[in-house]
Design a protein around this ligand. Structure first.
Ligand code: SF4
Length: 541
């Protein structure tokens, strides 16, 4: 096999930026799989150029001229950027492959713009691709292993890629680690709900933690597990065996049901500084928050008390919510959220609008069957810039009114100050302020207000939202063009549009086809969290 020059691009964001929050945090949102691919390609004897794109690099200049093959890892919000990059590189003779959440959510669409589209990816899959490494146009090949890999290169093996990425993080450096894949819970909107839970090798984890102590005085580790601590005792024993108590700062996403007081004590002792539990809804998901059949105000009181207990042990807590779920109706879910924030001033609220990411989750089939999925360009599908599922119990103006109201309440100066006072350690309290005044708090209030205004005044808006037309309002077109910078010129024709019901169609075709061989149509893990990032997107553990 000839030696290839492989480029790997991890798209953390969807276009150039100069934002302060992006400068501080984007490099900490790097994904693990692109680094894993780098290790595997080198092990196969190829040269690797690795680029983590945080929005501050010039992608055209970063890539060497003599690349044979490029792997691009992207969440759905970066799909248009990925398509443009692929088009530009294909025009120079480069073979292109797409991996990451977008490839798993929208394989049929990605096939139009890449030679290879990767589903579950193990070393064997990559070896096959490297051996073939040929152009597949106009329709790319989907490759997928039967399941997620059972072992992955650890931090030590990925270090050269981690180190070069963290050089771009000026203040806070968070090393991405993974202890398990999949999740035993079955939240119907989540990509990880269909991936069987499986812990990775605890010996590799222990070795990695010791290795990090040789690299940093006090390392920070962000666990990318969809739901950290499912096998709580095994994890804690591994950490306790590997490193002295409270010698590493850990950040993790976990279900509230795992955060009992004895567990919290142990987490604190072992250095856990930030937890991101998912509340999602005041009317659903009782199993993962351990609130059972409690709903509404009862659930607010119960969870508020629980989170106040969590915050006695863990200084930084982000509470995740999803708005627009079918169980929600009227003003109450938003009012309850406001009440919860008043009762729990230290928790940082992270809001997602209900989004159906292609074939990420079985629930999306139901939305597609009911013709409720809108064809918003991928660029806006980051849980906040567009909601692509028509709400069941709200008109669009009503929904946005409530969303703006709860956002203004959450990021008022009063709420910011209360949050600041409720959190004592300097880093988390200032991180809360930064997030509130940046694109996440103030920025989203401004953006949602603009959308709400246009629903009343822009004649293109409401017909598009109501699915009376598929003609994209000029507002969105202008915004993508601006966001993509110079790569807009390379966006292939038609790449702004996708079939919002492709998943349903592929399922129907599958039921008519006796056997399919190499086309992967399995769902994938979601995308990222605003804070810890690479935790697959609207990951909502
Ligand atoms: S949302 Fe969280 S708890 Fe639910 S399946 Fe996904 S990872 Fe598991």
């Amino acid at each position: 096999m000839r030696k290839l020059h492989v480029a790997i691009i991890d798209l953390v964001t969807k276009g150039p930026t100069r934002a302060l929050y992006a400068r501080i945090m984007h490099a900490n949102l790097a994904s693990i799989m692109p680094q894993v691919l780098g290790v595997w390609c080198e092990e196969e004897g190829h040269d690797v150029t690795f680029v983590c794109y945080t929005g501050f690099e010039n992608l055209v200049e970063e890539l060497p001229e003599d690349i044979d093959l490029v792997f691009i890892g992207a969440f759905t919000q970066a799909a248009q950027l990925a398509y443009a990059l692929s088009n530009m590189l294909q025009s120079k003779g480069v073979v292109t492959a797409l991996g990451g959440p977008h490839a798993r959510c929208y394989p049929q669409d990605a096939q139009k713009y890449f030679d290879y589209v990767l589903g579950f990816t193990d070393k064997e899959t990559i070896r096959d691709l490297l051996n073939d490494c040929s152009k597949h146009r106009p329709t790319g090949v989907c490759l997928s292993a039967n399941q997620q890999p059972t072992a992955l290169p650890g931090v030590r093996e990925r270090w050269k890629f981690i180190e070069q990425t963290l050089q771009k993080a000026p203040l806070i450096k968070i090393v991405p680690m993974l202890g398990s894949i999949g999740c035993p819970y079955t939240c119907s909107f989540c990509i990880d709900s269909v991936v069987p839970y499986q812990p990775l090798d605890f010996d590799v984890m222990k070795e990695d933690l010791r290795f990090l102590l040789s690299k940093f005085k006090r390392p920070r580790v962000g666990w990318h597990d969809p739901n950290f601590g499912v096998r709580f005792n095994d994890y804690m024993e591994a950490i306790e065996e590997a490193v002295p108590p409270d010698s590493i700062d850990f950040i993790a996403e976990s279900t509230l049901s795992l955060l009992s007081e004895p567990h919290l004590k142990r987490l604190k002792r072992n250095g856990f500084k930030a937890m991101l539990p998912g509340i999602e809804s005041w009317y659903d998901m009782g199993n993962k928050s351990k609130t059972g059949k409690k709903t509404g105000l009862d659930k607010v009181k119960h969870i508020s008390e629980h989170l106040r207990t969590v915050m006695r042990y863990i200084p930084y807590v982000q509470a995740n919510f999803v708005f627009g779920l079918d169980v929600d109706e009227g003003q109450e879910p938003f009012e309850l959220t406001k009440k919860f924030l008043d009762m729990t001033p230290g928790a940082f609220p992270a809001y997602s609008m209900l989004t159906a990411f292609g074939q990420a989750a079985p629930l999306n089939l139901e939305y597609q069957r009911a013709n409720r999925v809108l064809p918003f360009p991928f660029h806006f599908l980051n849980n906040n810039h567009a909601m692509n599922v028509k709400p069941k119990n709200y008109s669009w103006p009503e929904f946005y009114d409530h969303l703006i109201d709860v956002s203004k309440h959450s990021f008022s100066w009063g709420a910011i100050f209360r949050r600041y006072k409720a959190v004592k350690p300097a880093l988390p309290r200032w991180m809360n302020v930064l997030r509130a005044v940046s694109s996440e708090g103030f920025g989203r209030i401004k953006y949602h207000t603009e959308i709400r205004h246009r629903l009343d005044t822009d004649p293109q808006f409401l017909p598009y939202f109501e699915q009376e037309t598929t003609e994209l309002p000029q507002f969105y077109l202008d915004r993508i063009r601006k966001d993509m910078g110079s790569l807009w010129e390379w966006l292939p024709e038609g790449a702004l549009y996708h079939d919002p019901n492709a998943y349903l169609k592929s399922e129907k075709e599958k039921s008519l086809t006796p056997l399919s061989i190499d086309v992967d149509t399995k769902p994938q893990p979601v995308e990222e969290l605003d804070f810890v990032g690479a935790i697959p997107a609207p990951d909502l553990a």
